[in-house]
Every structure is written in C-alpha cells, then in structure tokens.
Design a protein around this ligand. Structure first.
Ligand SMILES: Nc1ncnc2c1ncn2[C@@H]1O[C@H](COP(=O)(O)OP(=O)(O)OP(=O)(O)O)[C@@H](O)[C@H]1O
Ligand SMILES: [Mg+2]
Length: 246
C-alpha cells in the first residue's frame, strides 16, 4: 500500500532522513520507533506532503506521491494525526471536524461522518460546541483522530498519539488504535511508548538519526540486543514483560 525507497529529506542544509526505505502493507499496523530527533515526524510529514523529499520515491497504492500537494494526498486516502494533535484550539469540536472533512464537499455526507465520530467517541458529542483548546489532552487526541478519520483514510499516519497523556488515557488511546486496526484501517504509528506500540503492531522499524537501523516483527525485534538495551530496558525484565499484551 505504502512504499518509501531511499527517501532523503532536508531542512535547509541539514539532512534529516538518510535514505529511508520502508513498507506498509494493506491492513497492517506498522510502527516506527526511535529516540527524540531520530526523524520519525519527518518521515510522516514527508509522506503527507508537508515537507518534500530531495531524493527517493514514495508510492501509495501504486501511485507516486512524493512532491504532491498535501491536500491531494489527503484526498487520495492518507490521513494524518499530527504530533501534539494540532487541533484548532479556538474552534469548537464540531468546527474542527468540519475543517477535517471540508474536502468531502457534500454537507450531508460530512454530517453523517460527524455522527459516526460521535458514536465512536461519545464524549466528543457532549463537547461538540465547546472550544477544542479547553478540552483535556485525551479528548483533544480523540478529536485529532476523528478529524483524520472523517475522510475515511485508507492509511492513517499517527504521530505519538500518547504524547503527554496520563497513563489511563494512554491505555485508552492504545485501545482505540488497536480497534481501528481491527476495523481494517491500515496504520503507520510513530511512538516512543515502545513496548505498547510493538505489542499491537504487525511490524516495526527502528530509526536512529534518520536511518532505519533494524526492522522486524515484535518477536524479532525483542531478540535484538540493541532494541532491548536502548528502548526496552534490561533483558530479563523484558522477557517477563512480553506477557503484557494490552
Ligand atoms: N522545521 C525544522 N527545521 C529544521 N530542523 C528540523 C525541523 N524539524 C525537525 N528538524 C530536525 O530534524 C531532525 C529530525 O526531527 P524529527 O522531528 O523528525 O524527529 P522525531 O523523531 O520526530 O523526534 P521527537 O521524538 O522529538 O518527536 C532533528 O534533528 C530535528 O532537529
Ligand atoms: Mg516527532
């Protein structure tokens, strides 16, 4: 469904991505793991057209999308839940959802989709006329996810959805991601919450300073010493925590 080959993205003269190649297959939940500044957000922003790669190619369902307008990429079926949610804080919940769905063009359909979002996240319905910036972090995250889903994306890019949330809300967000995946949404998830992300993912990539260092399934990555040391703490503990599957 999504294929990046040799993608290099720069900020001015600084190279943030050094030839990134990765693949997300139809129906998969793939995660990108990596420390602060590794280039995770840059990968997602390059896919959604917010930044343009200098080298390499990005194909989505067989069509080349690198260099396309972000709007066109959304219309092709790629939704993006950005880092720190980036909802419009001054607008109401309803207005935020309308903004997310403006490309739909038909008001009836847009409202239908909004009702679906409310069914999925009832708290958003009770808050629909409240300005989004006054909601809790978890509620804002639900709004950011709903805003992306309103376009019915085939592929959903999620940038650290658990960032800054309390443990209980983190649990909720991961449950939501798992559910979306089970509904059949293909997901590319960026996370620092490595254990939880790998536990729900079909496949993972480990990124260090703009390069893919390793990739594999949960089990394969757990076998890698570097992953255990760097991201999951001490080895023995990890083997036990493998039992964790929420
Ligand atoms: N707008 C920008 N202008 C210049 N440099 C940038 C810009 N955005 C990111 N960078 C740099 O590019 C590199 C990758 O940043 P990126 O935000 O993609 O990392 P990340 O893995 O998402 O990090 P984090 O975990 O902190 O979100 C970093 O060195 C960062 O300083
Ligand atoms: Mg980031």
């Amino acid at each position: 469904m999504l294929k990046l080959v040799g993608v290099e993205t720069f900020y001015g003269k600084v190279k943030a991505l050094h030839g990134v190649s990765l693949e997300v297959k139809d129906g998969q939940l793939v995660t990108i793991l990596g420390a602060n500044g590794a280039g995770k957000t840059t990968i997602l922003n390059t896919i959604s057209g917010l930044v343009e790669p200098e080298q390499g190619t990005i194909h989505f369902n067989g069509k080349r999308i690198d260099g396309e307008d972000p709007e066109k990429i959304v219309a092709m079926g790629i939704g993006h839940v950005p880092e720190w949610r980036r909802i419009f804080p001054e607008l109401t919940v309803k207005e935020n959802l309308i903004m997310g769905g403006y490309l739909i063009g038909k008001k009836d359909l847009l409202y239908e989709r909004m009702e679906e979002a409310f069914k999925h996240f009832p708290i958003l319905e009770t808050r629909k006329d409240q300005t989004a910036g006054t909601m809790s972090g978890g509620e804002q995250q639900m709004l950011a996810i709903s805003r992306a889903l309103i376009m019915r994306p085939k592929l959903l890019l999620m940038d650290e959805p658990s960032l800054g949330l309390s443990p209980i809300l983190v649990q909720d967000i991961f449950a939501t991601i798992k559910e979306l995946h089970q509904f059949g949404v293909t997901i590319l998830l960026v996370e620092q919450n490595v254990n939880r992300a790998l536990a729900i993912a079909d496949y993972g990539y480990v990124l260090t300073t703009g390069k893919i260092l390793l990739s594999g399934t949960y089990e394969e990555l757990l076998e890698e010493e570097k992953v255990r040391e760097q991201y999951l703490g001490e080895g023995k503990y990890i083997r036990r925590s493998k039992l964790w599957n929420g």
